[in-house]
Write a protein that binds this ligand. Structure first.
Ligand code: FES
Length: 118
């Protein structure tokens, strides 16, 4: 599914293991929530939809990381995901990953450029 490149936010809006920035993407013809976070200096983006039940992950708006800032944690039943790959690390996601977005960072800005499996 090709999508056009879209500016999401300035790089400075994404703090290491901090709050994510939410935005909307079109996914299979429907608007859906998505987010970007920063981990190990790199920006990663995912559909904001748990692999367990199609619920948004954040605890409060933009809060995706666990209290250690290590994993992404679903606020509904506690599924844990690797921030750098979206892989399920444990809990009710039961091996299913998050839907990963292609994110580019350049010239101090974060862009969404499509889905990883395009
Ligand atoms: S909806 Fe995310 S763990 Fe159940």
């Amino acid at each position: 599914m090709a999508d056009h490149e879209r500016l999401i936010c300035p790089s400075g809006a994404l703090v290491e293991s901090g709050k994510g920035v939410r935005f909307e993407v079109e996914y299979f013809g429907e608007a859906g929530p998505a987010f970007v976070i920063r981990k190990n200096g790199k920006a990663y983006g995912y559909l904001n939809r748990c692999a367990h039940v199609a619920m948004e992950l954040d605890w409060q708006e933009g809060v995706f990381f666990d209290s250690d800032g290590r994993d992404l944690l679903c606020s509904t039943h506690g599924a844990a995901y690797d921030p750098a790959s979206g892989r399920c690390l444990g809990g009710p996601c039961n091996g299913s990953p998050l839907v990963r977005l292609r994110i580019q960072e350049r010239d101090g800005m974060i862009y969404f450029t499509g889905f990883e499996d395009d």
